[in-house]
Write a new protein. Structure first.
Length: 85
């Protein structure tokens, strides 16, 4: 998968994951980074359970990446903590 596809998939997964976890998002750069890390984590989790990980720029890979992004965001919030609005 090309680097541009990883960036697009990471941005989408990070954005969707942020909206699922805390409803406000973390910002463009942090959403992108957490989404790319989430895609890697999601691929690892799905491979551990015997399913295919990220396979390309498609809906299945987006679901895998969003699951990973949610896991990464929950861990991120547990470590960093909630910021006051």
């Amino acid at each position: 998968m090309s680097i541009l596809a990883w960036i697009i998939l990471g941005l989408l997964a990070g954005f969707i994951g942020s909206k699922l976890v805390n409803k406000s998002g973390e910002g463009l750069i942090l959403d992108l980074v957490l989404g790319i890390v989430g895609a890697l984590v999601g691929g690892f989790i799905f491979n551990a359970f015997g399913a295919a990980g990220v396979t390309g720029l498609n809906i299945y890979s987006l679901i895998v990446s969003v699951v990973g992004a949610v896991v990464v965001l929950v861990i991120y919030h547990a470590v960093v903590g909630r910021r006051a609005l």
